[in-house]
Ligand binder design. Structure first.
Ligand SMILES: Nc1ncnc2c1ncn2[C@@H]1O[C@H](COP(=O)(O)OP(=O)(O)O)[C@@H](O)[C@H]1O
Ligand SMILES: CC(C)(COP(=O)(O)O)[C@@H](O)C(=O)NCCC(=O)O
Ligand SMILES: [Mn+2]
Length: 922
C-alpha cells in the first residue's frame, strides 16, 4: 500500500548519532541589535535586529530596509541594562502618521484612525531583479497613498469625552489632520489641523476640540457617513455581514454587483432606517425614537445598573414572563391559534405590571432587563420589516452599538423580521456594527484612495488588545509591546482569564426562536472590548488575486472547515499541544534572554487566549478555517517579536542537505528519463517529511540524522500512492508512443520547507524542468512560518546548489539570481549571456504555512501571467489549502500527509501516505 507504514523507523539503527536535532543547541546566530520595545502589533518590529545578522553564506540579511525615524527623546532602558538585548522604551515614539475620524454619538464616541507604518518590505537585490524581469512597475502604488497602513477601531463612552481627548493627544492622532497632501509623507504638526467628524457631538463638542487639541472639526453628514461606511465595509471586507438565527451565525457572501438596494437600520441611541440604492444614493425613509438609548436609559432607571454591559448581562438570567403579559395569560393558558399566536407570545410588554399589586422592587432586575430588551428588539425588527415591505426590499442590514455582538439581541431581531415577513426578508448584521458612521467620516477624507481598495487588499489581524475600548482599561491601549506584556502579566497575577482581543459575546445558542426565555447561559458577559468583533485592518494595496485561479468567486482556500465542532476541537488540541515546544524554540531563537522568555510567555498566553476565544465562538474573527488558525499562530509570534523561531533549524537542515545534493544529482543523471522523473517526484514527496509543524514528524527527528531520515523516507516510497496521478503527469511530460509533447513554458513551484524539502526535493525537480526548456519560478513565503523557506533565503540556497550544477547555475544566472556570485568572481556580469531559460524566485505575499490565493504578492501575480504549470508542494499549501482549488493552467499537487486524522478524512488513508494529484487546465 502507499506511503510509509507504521513507524517509519522500523529497521533503523537506534544508535545513530542524534546530534543534529539537539534542541538545546545554542543559537548559531549572533545578534548585536537592541530590542526596542515599541509597536503595538505584529509587523511593527522595525527596531528589532538593528545590527542585522548573518545568513549561512555569511552575507548580511537586513530584515527591514528603510528604517523610520525614531523619536529617541526620553528613551529608557527597561529592566536590566546589563542584559545583552535590553528593552528600551521610547515613550515619545508614535506611529508614523496618523489620521483620525470620529463619530460622536449620544452614547458612544467611535474613533477610526489610520497609522501609516513605513513599508517594512526590503527592496533587496532579488526584488529589484524580479521587478525588472517581470516588468512590475510601482504604478499602482501611486494610486494608493495609504500603502502599508492600518485602520484601528476604538470607542469611548461619550460621557468620558476627556479620556477620548487624552487618547487622541497621547497618540498625536490629531496631527495628521485633513491635509491630504501629507498622506504620503511625514506630516509636520499641523497648525490648522482639521479632523473629520460626524454625529451630534461633532457640533456639540467642536469648541472643546479646538480648545483642548487645537484642531477644528470638519462636520460630515451623519447619514452620508453611515451609508458610505456600510457600503465600504460590505464591499471591502470578506466576512463582514452575517445572519444570526437561533444562535447560529453564518457569514454571507456579498456579491458586489448585487448589493443594492438594501435597507440599513442603524440602532444607536435612536434608530435610523435608510434605503440605500448605491454609493451616495440613499434616503432616510424612517426611524424610531425607541432604540439603544431607550434600552439603556430605561433599563438603568428600572434596574439601577451602572453600565450597559451589566444591564445586558442581567437579561441573560432573566425570565420575562413575570412581567410581560402573554397570550396565554389572557386566554387562560391557551393559544389564540386562529390568528397564529401561541400561548407564550408576548401580548403586551410589561403588561403584567398593571394587574399586580407589585412595586418596582418586587420585580427582579434580570426580568426587567430581559423584558425591555425583547420589547425594543422586536419593535425595531418589526418597524424594519414594515419599511422593507414598503420598498420591496429583501435584505436588511442592522448596525449600531445597541446590537453589541449580543447573540440574543440578534436572534430576537432576526426572529421578528423572519416572523413578520414570513421568511421573505432577511436580517443581517455587520461585524463593524457601531463603526459605520466613523468609517464613513474617515472615507470622506479626499485622496486617501480608500474607496479604490478591494477585498483582496485588506488583511484583518487580531493583535492582543485590539479593539481598544476607552474608559476602564479592558485591553492594553494600543501602545508598546512592553505595556501589553505587563498588562497580560497583571491579568495572570490576578488570576483573571485574559480576554482575547476580540472577545466574548455569550457563546452558543438561545435556540428558542426568540419568543421564549433565553436559556440561562451562566457565564458573564465579557468586558466591553470583548464584544467588538473587529481587529486591525491592514491595507495592503499591492496584494492581488492569483490570476491563474479558474474561478476566484468559487475559490475557497480552506479544505478543512472548522465550523464542524469535532474538527475544531481536534485541531485546537493539536495546536495547544504544540505550544510548549514552540515557545522553547521561539525563546531560543532570540538568544534565550530574560526578555525573550517574557515575550515567549506572553505569546503563549496570547495564543491560548485566542484559542479559548475561538473555541467559544468560532466565527468571532470571521469565517474560521484551519489555515486561519495556522496563520494566527505565526502572526501572534510576530506580535511578540519572534521573527523567525526556526531560524537555526532551517540553517542546519539547509547545510546538511546541500552537502548531499551533488551525490543525488549524479545519481539522477545516470537514470533514464522515465526513472528520473519518477525518482524526482518520489524525492519531493519523501523530503516533505521535514516538517516542524507536524507532531508525528518532530517526534522522530530525534531518531536520526537528516540524511538518514531522508533516505528512510525515500526507501518507503511505494506506488501507487494514495492519490496517484503520476502516470498522467508522466505522459504530459514525456509523451507516449514516441510523440514528444511541447515543454511547459513557465512553471511556478510553490516551495515549502527548508532543508531536504527544498534542496533535495524541489530544486532537483526545478532542474529537470529547466533542462527541458521550461522557465522556473520558485514561489516562497514572504515571511517565516515554521521551518518554511522564505523568498529571501532561497537565492542563497540556489547559489550554493549552483556550485555543483551547471544547469542550475546557468538558469540562476539567466534569472539574475547570481549577481553577487558573478560580481565576486568578476565573471561577465552582463545578463542574457546564458542560453539557459531562467530560474527566478518570487515571494508569495504571506507568512503562513498555508496560502490563500486570493491575496498574493504582485510579484507572484506578475510571474503567473506566462505560467502554464503550477506545482503546489506540502501539506499546508496543497492539502489544508488549495486541495480543491482549480486552475486555468495545469496543476500538480504534491504532499506527504503527516497527520493521521487528515489522512483518514481527506484521502481515506493513513499517516505518511502521499498525494500526487495532477490536474489538466480547466
Ligand atoms: N458601553 C456602552 N455604553 C453605553 N451604551 C452602550 C454601550 N455598549 C453598547 N451600548 C448601546 O449602544 C447604544 C449606542 O449606540 P451607537 O451606535 O454608538 O449610537 P450613538 O451614535 O447614538 O451613540 C447605546 O444607546 C446602548 O444601547
Ligand atoms: C503546519 C503544517 C501544515 C505544515 O506542513 P507542510 O506544509 O510543511 O507540509 C503541518 O505540519 C500540520 O498540519 N501540522 C499540524 C498537525 C500535526 O501536528 O499533526
Ligand atoms: Mn511547511
Amino acid at each position: 500500500m502507499a506511503g510509509l507504514n507504521g513507524d517509519p523507523f522500523l529497521g533503523i539503527d537506534d544508535n545513530i548519532e542524534k546530534l543534529q536535532y539537539n534542541n538545546n543547541s545554542k543559537e548559531a546566530i549572533d545578534k548585536e541589535g537592541l530590542v526596542v520595545g515599541i509597536g503595538e502589533d505584529s509587523s511593527n518590529n522595525k527596531n528589532n535586529n538593528q545590527g542585522g545578522e548573518k545568513d549561512m553564506a555569511g552575507n548580511s540579511i537586513h530584515r527591514s530596509g528603510s528604517r523610520p525615524q525614531l523619536d529617541l527623546s526620553k528613551a529608557e532602558i527597561q529592566g536590566n541594562s546589563e542584559e545583552r538585548d535590553p528593552t528600551i522604551l521610547l515613550p515619545n515614539q508614535t506611529d508614523d502618521i496618523s489620521h483620525l475620524a470620529l463619530d460622536i454619538g449620544g452614547s458612544l464616541i467611535k474613533l477610526v484612525y489610520f497609522s501609516r507604518h513605513e513599508d517594512q518590505s526590503v527592496d533587496d537585490k532579488r526584488k529589484k531583479i524580479v521587478k525588472e524581469r517581470l516588468g512590475i512597475s510601482n504604478g499602482n502604488r501611486r494610486n494608493f497613498p495609504v500603502l502599508g497602513g492600518r485602520l484601528h477601531f476604538v470607542k469611548f463612552e461619550t460621557s468620558k469625552l476627556n479620556e477620548c481627548l487624552d487618547f487622541i493627544s497621547s497618540k498625536q492622532l490629531h496631527r495628521g489632520g485633513i491635509d491630504s497632501h501629507h498622506w504620503n509623507s511625514e506630516a509636520p504638526a499641523n497648525e490648522n489641523a482639521v479632523i473629520k467628524a460626524t454625529g451630534g457631538g461633532a457640533y456639540k463638542f467642536a469648541d472643546l476640540f479646538k480648545e483642548r487639541l487645537g484642531v477644528s472639526i470638519d462636520k460630515e453628514d451623519e447619514m452620508d457617513c453611515l451609508v458610505a461606511g456600510a457600503n465600504f465595509l460590505l464591499k471591502a471586507i470578506r466576512h463582514e455581514a452575517f445572519t444570526h438565527m437561533e444562535g447560529h451565525k453564518e457569514f454571507v457572501q456579498i456579491d458586489h454587483n448585487d448589493l443594492f438596494p438594501y435597507l440599513l437600520v442603524n440602532i444607536g441611541s435612536g434608530v435610523s432606517i435608510i434605503k440605500v440604492d448605491g454609493d451616495g444614493k440613499f434616503q432616510r425613509v424612517s426611524g424610531t425614537n425607541v432604540g439603544g438609548g431607550t434600552y439603556w436609559g430605561l433599563g438603568r432607571l428600572l434596574t439601577k445598573c451602572n453600565n450597559f454591559d451589566e444591564l445586558l448581562e442581567l437579561s441573560q438570567r432573566g425570565d420575562n414572563r413575570t412581567i410581560d403579559m402573554l397570550v396565554g395569560d389572557i386566554y387562560g393558558g391557551m393559544d389564540y391559534s386562529k390568528i397564529g399566536l401561541s400561548a407564550s407570545t408576548i401580548a403586551s410588554s410589561f403588561g403584567k405590571a398593571i394587574s399586580d399589586k407589585k412595586e418596582l422592587q418586587d420585580y427582579r432586575p434580570e426580568d426587567i432587563s430581559l423584558s425591555l430588551l425583547r420589547m425594543i428588539s422586536y419593535n425595531i425588527g418589526q418597524i424594519s420589516y414594515l419599511n422593507a415591505l414598503r420598498f420591496g426590499l429583501k435584505r436588511i442590514f442592522f448596525g449600531g452599538f445597541f446590537i453589541r455582538g449580543h447573540a440574543y439581541t440578534m436572534d430576537t431581531i432576526s426572529f421578528a423580521v423572519h416572523f413578520w415577513s414570513k421568511g421573505e426578508a432577511q436580517a443581517m448584521f455587520l461585524r463593524h456594527e457601531g463603526f459605520l458612521g466613523a468609517v464613513g467620516a474617515f472615507m470622506s477624507y479626499q485622496k486617501h484612495g480608500l474607496d479604490d481598495l478591494m477585498v483582496h487588499h485588506l488583511v484583518e489581524r487580531f493583535p492582543m488588545g485590539a479593539p481598544y475600548t476607552g474608559g476602564k482599561i479592558h485591553g492594553p491601549p494600543l501602545g508598546d509591546l512592553n505595556e501589553k506584556i505587563s498588562w497580560m502579566e497583571k491579568f495572570v497575577l490576578k488570576g483573571t482569564e485574559i480576554t482575547a482581543p476580540v472577545p466574548m459575546a455569550p457563546p452558543g445558542t438561545t435556540g428558542l426562536g426568540g419568543f421564549e426565555v433565553p436559556s440561562s447561559r451562566g457565564a458573564t458577559l465579557r468586558s466591553d472590548a470583548s464584544a467588538l468583533n473587529v481587529g486591525v485592518l491592514h491595507l495592503v494595496p499591492t496584494l492581488e488575486v492569483f490570476p491563474l485561479l479558474a474561478d476566484p468567486k468559487m475559490y475557497e482556500p480552506n479544505t478543512i472547515d472548522l465550523s464542524d465542532h469535532k474538527e475544531l476541537e481536534y485541531w485546537f488540541t493539536v495546536l495547544s499541544g504544540h505550544l510548549p515546544d514552540l515557545v522553547d524554540k521561539a525563546v531560543a531563537s532570540e538568544g534565550g534572554t530574560d526578555d525573550a522568555k517574557r515575550r515567549g510567555d506572553a505569546f503563549a498566553r496570547a495564543f491560548s487566549a485566542h484559542l479559548a476565544r475561538l473555541m467559544e465562538e468560532p466565527a468571532a474573527y470571521g469565517k474560521l478555517g484551519l489555515a486561519n488558525l495556522l496563520e494566527l499562530r505565526e502572526e501572534c509570534l510576530r506580535e511578540f517579536q519572534f521573527l523567525d523561531a526556526y531560524r537555526s533549524i532551517k540553517q542546519r537542515e539547509n547545510e546538511a542537505s546541500l552537502a548531499v545534493l551533488p551525490d543525488l544529482l549524479l545519481e539522477l543523471d545516470h537514470m533514464d528519463e522515465e526513472t528520473r522523473l519518477l525518482t524526482l517526484i518520489e524525492g519531493v514527496l519523501a523530503a516533505n517529511i521535514f516538517d516542524w509543524g507536524s507532531r508525528a514528524c518532530v517526534d522522530f527527528y530525534h531518531k536520526g540524522t537528516i540524511i538518514e531520515i531522508y533516505r528512510m523516507s525515500r526507501n518507503k516510497m511505494q506506488r501507487p500512492w494514495r492519490v496517484d496521478d503520476f502516470d498522467l503527469f508522466k505522459e504530459r511530460m514525456l509523451g507516449s508512443e514516441g510523440k514528444k509533447p511541447r515543454p511547459h513554458k513557465r512553471a511556478l513551484l510553490f516551495v515549502d520547507n527548508s532543508g531536504a524539502d527544498i534542496v533535495l526535493g524541489m530544486l532537483p525537480l526545478a532542474r529537470e524542468l529547466l533542462r527541458r526548456g521550461t522557465e522556473v519560478v520558485l514561489v516562497a513565503n514572504s515571511l517565516p512560518a515554521l521551518n518554511d523557506v522564505t523568498a529571501m533565503e532561497v537565492p542563497d540556497i540556489v547559489a550554493e546548489a549552483a556550485k555543483h550544477c551547471d544547469i542550475l547555475r546557468r538558469a540562476a544566472e539567466a534569472g539574475g539570481l547570481l549577481v553577487d556570485a558573478m560580481n565576486n568572481n568578476s565573471l561577465d556580469g552582463s545578463r542574457g549571456n546564458s542560453s539557459s531559460v531562467p530560474l527566478m524566485v518570487v515571494e508569495n505575499g504571506c507568512g503562513s504555512p498555508c496560502i490563500d490565493l486570493r491575496q498574493v504578492s504582485s510579484e507572484l501575480a506578475a510571474a503567473a501571467k506566462h505560467a502554464d504549470l503550477v506545482i503546489l508542494e506540502g501539506m499546508g499549501r496543497a492539502l489544508h489549502t488549495n486541495f480543491n482549488a482549480r486552475f486555468k493552467c495545469e496543476a500538480l499537487k504534491l504532499a506527504m500527509v503527516k497527520n493521521q486524522r487528515l489522512a483518514e478524512k481527506l484521502i481515506k488513508g493513513k499517516i505518511y501516505d502521499c498525494v500526487c494529484r495532477y490536474e489538466p487546465a480547466t
